[in-house]
Design a protein around this ligand. Sequence first.
Ligand SMILES: Cc1ncc(COP(=O)(O)O)c(C=O)c1O
Length: 369
Amino acid sequence: MIPISRPHIGPEERAAVNEVLDSGMLVQGPRVAELEALFREKTGARHAIAICNGTAALHTALMAHGIGPGDEVITTPFTFMASVNAILFVGATPRFVDILPCCFNLDPAQIEAAITPRTRAILPVHLYGFPADMAAIQAIADRHGLAVIQDAAQAIGATYRDQPLGALGTACYSLYATKNVHSAEGGMVTTNDDAVAERCRLIRAHGSSRRYYHDTLGYNFRLSDLHAAIAIPQMRRLEEIVARRRSNAAALNAAITNPRVALPLYGAVGERCSRSATCGASGHVWHQYVVRVLGDRDGAVEKLAAAGVGSAVFYPLPAHRQKHIVERGLGNVELPVAEQAAREVLALPVHTGLSAADLAAIAAAVNTL
Ligand SMILES: Cc1ncc(COP(=O)(O)O)c(C=O)c1O
């Protein structure tokens, strides 16, 4: 079976982990600092704060921006649940805005209608590794005095109008085992705001700036050096990882010809989104290569599996339809673009472990659906 994702565990990652094991410094050693420095360098942000996972990174960033009970945060319903749960963790309320059909990200044209006197922030998700339209989102945030907190969990290495995401404001990354750069679990907040960075550092370590002196309520959101060590060699190879995923996506775009399968609508690989004249989004890192199946998607999953091709549905149920969101009374919205996407999307393997023969086999299996 060609798996939907495959971790990059090679000799460098093994050696890096063994070095940490031998050092006796499993936490709060030099590897976390090294990973933070690599994130600063590669994302263009002034600060990088390592956190134990991407969900906790979002939680930390929201707290650090002062988002709390009574506040509303505008986000997308078409995301991994962590984006929404983090808003609930800080006591705020998620307000859902529908997505664009071309890139599956927040539709900036619909955001203003969802702003109320309680709105404090917009939380765009760069889904599948393709940036949301940050210029349009930032312009709305500026007009209404809102914070923007990017969920870049799937988008390490992505750029927007040639700028790395870290240059655009606070962003939260995940180093979960399937991500383009991964540990086993891990996360990072990047920001250019000195005060936000300082609060993130406090929040991740029980609110303490000096050992056993606690200035504020915080959590144990530390990343271990063992986890950091796995991600460091991959961060060093980031450009190579992104280039490989881009060329895999280009190969799939060229070889999939089945009219019952709609290809990703980002324009040529790495180019601007071709659907919207005003959208400047570009710089895809292909965390997922997602097609739309115009027909029986469950049947397609089975047929692909029978042909030895792994696939996955990210995500079958939008956030506003999830049980705990409905029970909170937050699901009473019509978001037809997200609902249609949830019925049609199918992710195919695009990871760096694929050979030319694997790519040909994936396309051949998709072409016979
Ligand atoms: C869009 C999105 N947000 C948040 C997260 C949460 O990251 P983690 O699994 O590291 O907690 C993930 C990853 O799983 C994700 O894909």
